[in-house]
Design a protein around this ligand. Structure first.
Ligand code: AMP
Ligand code: GLY
Length: 431
């Protein structure tokens, strides 16, 4: 079978790498891919960005299955387009992708279906938003209503920060996020305390298969300091997700979400990612939904997946009524996996580009460097900004996988390269 992966990040490199290991897969196309997917002989990059053109190409080239990595094409309706033309694709429709693309939609959905989440209110008028913040007090959280690549959330520890965030998102609209009703909106919500974890499942519209748990590190600097980023590193499994927390997240969040979406007439197919906040008593609330796998969480999670990913995705996209998806059990490597992101100078505000990358070690049984912001130009691997590489390894414990991952990245160099040196540190709080 010929398969297609849509996207260009480390998550998509990991998807393509894993799919290429399936004995049934003949070739994996990656659109548009990156320098890492260009270098792998089993993968082939495809320079098509337009959704209709990609669908036409997939039809002409008899692509058996398409897997979409990022939220952008999902929110733009790539799944609807492919399905309307009889192509098999794994991901949510445009309507279902609103769980991620609109905070106002997902908060209203959670309220309607009694799914635990922070208390909130939605505003498009700045004056009312300012008054609300004054009433509620700090800390408080201000979120732009729209896709903002991880930059649309301000956790305001003071009232001044909250007021500034309202002006930034509603008055100046500097983020330029695409809003759903032609005006800028913000969601202002209660500040939650606890330990975060990433909880991802596969859904076929009705049934759910959970993936291994993980924990991301969203802040730029060691000790969880500095601005939010797309994610600077992750490890799996997340020890904070005890069997009790896991059962609760399934019972109180995931299953009611899938049922609720089905009931609302927009069944959810694809990866559903719930960002969890787990408090000291083990109560679980939803911080956010994503309609896709996380990046960098995918890289360590797929390092641990032993089951053939193609078989899993085929089961998840079988025509309704003919599914063995509900009985699917995934097999996981018992070891811990960790991914450390090597970022470009200036990331996340103004990442620099065009630096030559050297010293990437060969793939080993227990280590793989997934590429993201890279390009292959006349045989030289160069940075094209943002998160450049995700160095991923497997070992018997968090401590050991930390040692191994940081050892693997020692040989890698590009000008401006920076990374966190403490990925996994939260695991020691919960051990
Ligand atoms: P989001 O994109 O909604 O997941 O928000 C990004 C990050 O902001 C989360 O990973 C949390 O660290 C933080 N955050 C979001 N909402 C809240 C909240 N209600 N309380 C505390 N922290 C939050
Ligand atoms: N790493 C967080 C995300 O993918 O949203």
């Amino acid at each position: 079978m010929k398969v297609l992966v849509v996207g260009s990040g480390g998550r998509e490199h990991a998807f393509a790498w894993k799919l290429a290991q399936s004995p049934k897969v003949q070739v994996v196309y990656v659109a548009p891919g990156n320098g890492g997917t260009a270098l792998d002989a089993r993968l082939q990059n495809l320079a098509i960005a337009n959704i209709v053109k990609l669908r036409e190409w997939a039809q002409a080239n008899k692509i058996g299955l398409t897997l979409v990595g990022p939220e952008g094409p999902l929110a733009a309706g790539i799944v609807d387009e492919f399905r309307q033309h009889g192509l098999r694709i794994f991901g949510p429709t445009k309507a279902a992708a609103q769980l991620e693309s609109s905070k106002a939609f997902s908060k209203a959905f959670m309220r309607r279906h009694a799914i635990p989440t922070a208390e909130y209110a939605t505003f498009s008028d700045p004056a009312t938003a300012h008054t609300y913040v004054d009433q509620m007090g700090a800390p408080i959280v201000v979120k732009a209503d729209g896709l903002a690549a991880g930059k649309g959330v301000v956790v305001a520890m003071t009232l001044a920060e909250a007021h500034a965030a309202i002006d930034f998102m509603l008055v100046e609209n500097t983020l330029g996020v695409a809003h759903n009703e032609g005006c800028a909106r913000v969601v202002i919500e209660e500040f939650l305390e606890g330990e975060e974890a990433s909880f991802m499942v596969l859904c076929d519209g009705r049934n759910v298969v959970p993936l291994a748990t993980s924990q991301d590190h969203k802040r730029l600097l060691d000790g969880d300091q500095g601005p939010n980023t797309g994610g600077m590193g992750a490890y799996s499994p997340a020890l904070v997700v005890t069997p009790q927390v896991h059962a609760r997240a399934m019972r109180e969040i995931i299953l009611p979400t899938i049922k609720g979406m089905e009931k609302d007439g927009i069944p959810f197919t694809g990866f559903l990612y719930a960002g969890l906040m787990i408090d000291a008593k083990g109560q679980v609330k939803t911080l956010e939904f994503n309609c896709r796998m996380g990046d960098p969480e995918t890289q360590p999670i797929l390092m641990r997946l032993k089951t053939d990913l193609l078989e899993v995705l085929l089961a998840a996209t079988e025509p309704a009524g003919n599914s063995h998806f509900e009985n699917l059990e995934l097999e996981w490597d018992r070891r811990t996996a960790m991914g450390v992101v090597l970022a470009a100078g200036g990331y996340p505000l103004a990442p620099r580009k065009g630096d030559a990358i050297s010293g990437i070690p060969r793939e080993a049984d227990d280590a793989m460097v997934f590429q993201a912001g890279t390009t292959l130009t006349e045989g030289t691997l160069m940075t094209v900004g943002g998160r450049v590489l995700c160095v991923t390894a497997l070992a018997d414990s968090v401590r050991q996988v930390q040692l191994r991952t940081y050892q693997v990245l020692q040989s890698i160099h590009f000008d401006g390269m920076h990374y966190r040196t403490d990925i996994g540190h939260r695991a020691f709080k919960t051990q």
